[in-house]
Write a protein of this length. Structure first.
Length: 260
């Protein structure tokens, strides 16, 4: 994770695996499974889709985390699926005529063409964060749905918001470790797009702010890895695995034995 402050350890010592769940809030069935993993100590953190999560899932999460002081709760910033937290007139450059977010492809195209208002990005992210904070949840991390905080100016806005709200960690793309060809290709494409986004916004060469930090361990995004990737083949002391349990995104399921 990209640290905006403390250099202390950011995860509890788990028995074998460091697993982090994205997409809490995507559906109630998956939420129930993730809450069970939290209770059993199988994951050290999870990120919430504030734009999609139900009130009942948030209540169960809040109750569960009352006994989990070391748990890393994140906001899973969403700018590309479903409906926003803000009124569509306040964030008109982020949504279509129906008030829904543009898909990732259209979001990136508008970003590169300078059609998205930076203040509207900031307003929507803060709206999502505020929804969790008002429920009494303590947000310790920022990451994003479909990795949109890899791109400028979302990356820089995310860093600014983390500092403003004293959020210690942001998932860093500089610490992602890939193993299969599929994952390496996905990472390469995102890196090129990130470079182009930084060039488009700031008119200079470089990578967005969320690529510039090395962290205490390597992230591996399981939804990127191929079906043949074997989680037992890597150094688990150095690795943390981003999973989407009980959702169909992770075609590789080699982590399943660690969440039984």
């Amino acid at each position: 994770m990209f640290s905006t402050g403390s250099n202390s350890k950011i995860y509890p010592q788990l028995s074998k695996m460091k697993l982090y769940s994205d997409d809490f809030g995507y559906n109630k069935q998956a939420d129930a499974g993730i809450i069970k993993l939290i209770r059993r100590g199988r994951i050290f953190g999870a990120s919430v889709l504030a734009t999609m999560v139900s009130a009942s899932s948030l209540r169960r999460l809040l109750y569960t985390l009352e006994q989990k002081n070391n748990f890393i709760l994140g906001l899973h910033i969403n700018l590309i699926e479903g409906y926003p937290t803000q009124h569509f007139l306040k964030i008109s450059t982020l949504v279509d005529r129906d008030g829904r977010f543009f898909s990732l492809i259209f979001f990136l195209a508008n970003l590169f063409l300078g059609r998205i208002n930076k203040n509207q990005i900031k307003s929507e992210i803060e709206g999502q964060l505020s929804k969790l904070l008002k429920k009494g949840l303590i947000v310790k991390m920022l990451d994003s749905h479909q990795h949109t905080h890899a791109f400028s100016p979302v990356a820089e806005i995310t860093v600014d918001i983390a500092r403003k709200y004293n959020i210690s960690y942001i998932r860093s793309f500089g610490s992602i470790k890939n193993y299969s060809f599929k994952a390496k290709l996905t990472y390469a494409v995102i890196r090129v797009l990130a470079f182009l986004s930084y060039l488009a916004v700031y008119r200079k060469f470089g990578l967005p702010a969320t690529w510039r930090s090395k962290q205490e361990f390597d992230w591996t995004v399981m939804s990127w890895e191929s079906n043949t990737f074997d989680i037992d083949s890597v150094n688990k002391n150095r690795s943390a695995f981003v999973i989407h349990p009980y959702l169909p995104y992770d075609t590789n399921r080699s982590y399943r034995s660690f969440i039984k």
